[in-house]
Design a protein around this ligand. Structure first.
Ligand code: FPP
Ligand code: MG
Length: 337
């Protein structure tokens, strides 16, 4: 994502202010979180959507920066909790918080970030609609994670079920950040709906790309290990395609004892089959369709530079996947989290 989004440094300041003072061990953990930041996709989307909905009006305010800070805090909290659930060892090229400080402390720091986010959103003058939207969104994130847990080791997951998980755990949050941008600018319901629709499609594409990278990415670039999904017994779009088109692989995993991950050798075989079978290309085509739908959703919005910036965010998602993915090394420089 290129180009600085106006207001991002104020958002950064709001995040720091929300997290400090933090004494002792907590300060150490917060320091680590702050020095190890992501791309700030969600605050960028929120700020860009507000600017688009405001059509040139100067909407810079503490309420706006606090809201953008809140979505980043919610996102960070969700990743801390997700890493505990997934027993992940690395995130953003560093040891995960739960490995470094223990799962109990990590969970509590995640809770603290979440509480601080909602404290920012409920300041005097803040929007109740926005508060409600983001509270619902966090509930959706939790539902998505629980649903995903229930589907663990279910090798016959359908695309419909996959998209359900995708919606709850990722697309809905990204959509809410875009809608929040509209709400903060006082945009009409139709305008907010169009922003939400863009965000939904973008979020769906985003999660599909994340699932592709779990098979085809480079850990150093992604800042986290690859191959986690199979190891965790998670059936994502590339694997669904493999099992649907090459039933012999489905037969192999069906023979596994219930609730167990495939042994390493079988994981390796499945990963290679996913690449050779064109299943990554299949998933990439699906991501590109969602990407195109995201850009199409923007047609209902005013033709301004912010709209162009939103289109670019969508287009960049798959820019690094030139040509096909089947058996080819992939060079994605994107860091999704
Ligand atoms: C990453 O998925 C995780 C999410 C998209 C959502 C996580 C949400 C929760 C744990 C619910 C609790 C939420 C809050 C706000 C406390 P992934 O595991 O597919 O991606 P990864 O490879 O980056 O880990
Ligand atoms: Mg995870």
């Amino acid at each position: 994502m290129h180009g600085e989004v106006p207001g991002l440094s104020e958002v950064d300041r709001a995040i720091r202010k929300a997290l400090y003072p933090a004494p002792g061990r907590l300060g150490e953990i917060i320091g680590r979180i702050l020095e190890n930041r992501g791309k700030m996709l969600r605050p960028r989307l929120l700020l860009t959507c507000t600017a688009l909905a405001g059509c040139g009006k100067n909407l810079r305010s503490n309420l706006l920066f606090d809201a953008a800070a809140a979505v980043e805090l919610i996102h960070t909290a969700s990743l801390i909790h997700d890493d505990i659930i997934d027993e992940a060892a690395r995130r953003r090229n560093q040891e995960t918080l739960h490995l470094r400080w223990g799962p109990g402390r990590a969970a509590l720091v995640g809770d603290l970030l979440l509480a601080r986010a909602f404290a920012l959103l409920s300041r005097p003058g803040g929007s109740r609609k926005l508060l409600h939207l983001l509270a619902r969104t966090v509930a959706h994130l939790c539902r998505g994670e629980i649903y995903q847990m229930e589907q663990r080791y279910r090798w016959e997951l359908t695309e419909k079920q996959y998209y359900r998980i995708n919606y709850y755990k990722t697309a809905c949050f990204i959509a809410s950040c875009c809608e929040a941008g509209g709400l903060l600018a006082g945009a009409s319901a139709a305008f907010c709906r169009a922003l939400r629709n863009y965000g939904l499609k973008l979020g769906q594409a985003f999660q599909i790309v994340d699932d592709i990278l779990d098979y085809a990415g480079y850990p150093e670039r992604l800042g986290k290990p690859v191959g986690n999904d199979l190891e965790q017994g998670r059936t994502t779009l590339p694997l669904i395609h493999l099992f649907e088109t090459q039933k012999q692989y489905l037969k192999l995993v069906r023979m596994l004892p219930a609730n167990t991950a495939p042994p390493r050798e079988l994981q390796k075989m499945l990963r290679e089959a996913v690449k050779k079978n064109g299943s990554l290309d299949y998933a990439l085509a699906a991501a590109r369709r969602k990407q195109a739908e995201a850009v199409a959703a923007l047609q209902h919005l005013p033709e301004r530079e912010e709209r162009q910036a939103l289109a670019q965010i969508a287009e960049e998602l798959t820019r690094h996947f030139a040509g096909t993915l089947g058996g080819q090394p992939v060079d994605p420089e994107i860091k999704l989290s």
